[in-house]
Design a protein around this ligand. Sequence first.
Ligand SMILES: Cc1cc2nc3c(=O)[nH]c(=O)nc-3n(C[C@H](O)[C@H](O)[C@H](O)COP(=O)(O)OP(=O)(O)OC[C@H]3O[C@@H](n4cnc5c(N)ncnc54)[C@H](O)[C@@H]3O)c2cc1C
Length: 301
Amino acid sequence: MRVLVFSHYLDLAGELISAGMGVGEVSLLLTSDQKDKLAQVRGARRAIVCDSISSDDQAALIDLLTEVTRDHDLLVLSSDKRARELAGQVAQMLERPIATEVSSMRSEEGKLVVERMTLGGKAIAVEELPLPAIVTVQKGKFKPPEGPSVQEVVEVKLGGATRRYEVVERRAKPKLGIPLDKAEVVIAVGRGFRRKEDLKLAYELAETLGGVVGCTRPLAADLKWMPEESWIGISGVRISPKLLLVIGASGQQQFSAGIMDSKVIVAINNDPQAPIFENSDYGVVRDLYEFLPALVERLRR
Ligand SMILES: Cc1cc2nc3c(=O)[nH]c(=O)nc-3n(C[C@H](O)[C@H](O)[C@H](O)COP(=O)(O)OP(=O)(O)OC[C@H]3O[C@@H](n4cnc5c(N)ncnc54)[C@H](O)[C@@H]3O)c2cc1C
């Protein structure tokens, strides 16, 4: 099976190559800004280099991937936002089936059999995709390969594709500091906070512990109290800190699916029946408005 891999982030490409190697021979697509790092790539047999397009140019990437994917049975992408957008667009252009957030895959009788989380992380769905197909792979499920470096380099040009998208403006997003998925200490806040201003309690705690503040979906998506990239869960960021404090969040499945790789989870909630306690190592049944100031004061002493 001919497998094509692309990632905006080359440090993720190893996981994708490893996923692809399990079902076929892998070619890695590299853009102009990535080609210098070719020597770092392991496991892919071929590198397909497009010198005229940068990985920042999402519109051109859609065209490029659509063209190059035509010659492959399977396109493997990561599950971050930009890659998911590419996956959907290319699937539509080529009318190919797609499976997202895949945690394992194998080829069986000319089909691709994938496993992916379903029902908010409570169950694993096993799905069959006719080939050719497209998948996005869940982060952290495949170990980057140690195999040989690339044996063949092929250059491609983007020719004749019609641009359906045009970038009209670029605006830099405010930086959050350490990204949530790399932080060792995370403070996750939920709707137990009554006002946006009250989040300062969580930020004070984060400062004291050297951590990063994340949130449940309603705080970012509905209330807009925090930036979108702060939301943790099945449709947000999956985190794996050494210490996670979940404060005023109920711990619904969709949130909890994003925290299960955390080493130690401490929940603070005034409802002893809150589901978050089922997934916590330590639980504190208290009003956060009483508990947090006292905790910060004690930690600062
Ligand atoms: C398709 C889909 C995808 C979703 N994806 C995500 C996702 O990725 N991430 C996500 O977070 N959600 C996601 N959701 C939403 C999810 O189902 C929950 O609605 C959400 O996680 C609840 O957020 P919360 O815990 O902040 O709010 P609530 O469920 O309202 O919980 C608030 C908690 O705060 C506690 N509390 C209240 N006052 C205090 C106080 N003074 N002191 C201490 N505790 C207090 C309450 O006891 C309660 O447990 C998704 C939903 C759908 C349908």
